[in-house]
Design a protein around this ligand. Structure first.
Ligand code: NAD
Ligand code: UDP
Length: 341
């Protein structure tokens, strides 16, 4: 029987792109999602892209009975765990929700997986676990620290996975530390769909390009960076999704593993460079104004990608032009659909 991958949060931004690649690679996909930050229409669009519809169950990763039944009724061989809450600011206002969904949810999922004997697990961690970097590029051995509850949930889940691995070394675990995912599927059919005002730079820039918002607020131009604005390692979501397939295959080939690896491009771009790149991709002016720094922001952050290349044979291939062009195609499609009602 074809191997089934349980994809939690598979209708979300990164999960949906990874689902497309999993289906195209011949895996069966079972999505578990409670749709708290997505909607079921993405399933039609995934089917449109791949010609295959993933199986989906609406439910919460904290529902132990549901998980038990999923493992009992599907030939699940591995889990890709994307489900969780991800807004840094909100996590400071609702810490219990974040600890419950992210930490509690991961524990519940891991317990069910352990009971079912499914011990291949790919986890969405984040470069946020590096805190304010003391040196660049950031290697996986960089000390970890966090400044907000969201980041702390990632750190705790990383530690839980490590404890689990040391208690039962037959686990095959990948902890993937994403840098800044942007862009969309080149079809323009799936992409990031933030609810309300976007927290992240690129969805905000895209909404200024469509005219939905008047201007980008650039959070500080007095950082110690070439143009004074914050520098990040933006990675195309399709590259990130490919990184997940590489990590899954790597885990499947090991008898046991606890892999911790950066998924980034190794290059940093400033806020102003990203605005310029989006102007070029969209052909639209993107007005911006400088505002004070956003509390908690770091100056600069980009990945050392050596370990990912060595262990996974994976490197990110898409540049910021492609990130912006694909994000723009997706944003235009969304804007047109909304205009059509
Ligand atoms: P997303 O919000 O688009 O997707 C998450 C999905 O999980 C959504 O479909 C949501 O409905 C679902 N979900 C949330 N809580 C759930 C629960 N309790 N039970 C079942 N489903 C639930 O987010 P994303 O950008 O695709 O991020 C995926 C993962 O990657 C998250 O764990 C996030 O923390 C991590 N991550 C994201 C970024 C980023 O910038 N997007 C960066 C680093 C790490
Ligand atoms: N940023 C900005 N205006 C915005 C959103 C973000 O200037 O409306 C800046 C932010 O200060 C940082 C960069 O853009 O330097 C990326 O921010 P994002 O929130 O996308 O990612 P993160 O800070 O979590 O890496």
């Amino acid at each position: 029987m074809t191997s089934t991958i349980l994809v939690t949060g598979g209708t979300g931004y990164i999960g949906s792109h990874t689902t497309v690649l999993l289906l195209q690679a011949g895996y069966r996909v079972l999505i578990l999602d409670n749709f708290c930050n997505s909607d079921a229409s993405v399933l039609d669009r995934i089917e449109h892209i791949c010609g295959i519809r993933p199986d989906v169950v609406e439910g919460d990763i904290r529902d132990a009975a549901l998980l038990e039944s999923l493992f009992a009724h599907h030939p699940i061989t591995a889990i890709m765990h994307f489900a969780g809450l991800k807004a840094v600011g909100e996590s400071t206002q609702k810490p219990l929700e974040y600890y419950s969904a992210n930490v509690g949810g991961s524990v519940c999922l891991l317990q069910a997986a352990q009971n079912a004997g499914v011990k291949t697990f790919v986890f969405s961690s984040s470069a946020t676990v590096y805190g304010d970097p003391v040196n660049l590029p950031i290697t996986e051995t960089h000390p970890r620290s966090t400044t907000n509850p969201y980041g702390h949930t990632k750190l705790v889940i990383e530690d839980i996975l490590e404890s689990l691995y040391y208690s039962e070394p037959e686990w095959r675990i990948a902890r993937l530390r994403y840098f800044n995912p942007v862009g969309a599927h080149p079809s323009g059919l799936i992409g990031e769909a933030p609810q309300g005002t976007p927290n992240n730079l690129m969805p905000y820039v895209a909404q200024v390009a469509t005219g939905l918002r008047p201007q980008v607020q650039v959070f500080g131009n007095d950082y110690n960076t070439p143009d004074g604005t914050g520098v990040r390692d933006y990675i195309h979501v399709m590259d990130l999704a490919q990184g997940h397939l590489a990590a899954l295959r790597y885990c499947q080939q090991q008898a046991q593993t606890l892999l911790t690896v950066n998924l980034g491009t190794g290059k940093g771009f400033s806020v102003l460079e990203m605005i310029k790149a989006f102007e070029a991709a969209s052909g639209r002016p993107i007005p911006y104004g400088i505002t004070p720094r956003r509390p908690g922001d770091i100056a600069a952050c980009w990945a050392d990608t050596t370990l990912a290349a060595q262990t996974l044979g994976w490197t990110a291939g898409l540049d910021i032009r492609q990130m912006c062009e694909d994000a723009w195609r997706w944003e235009m499609r969304r804007a047109n659909q909304e205009a059509a009602g």
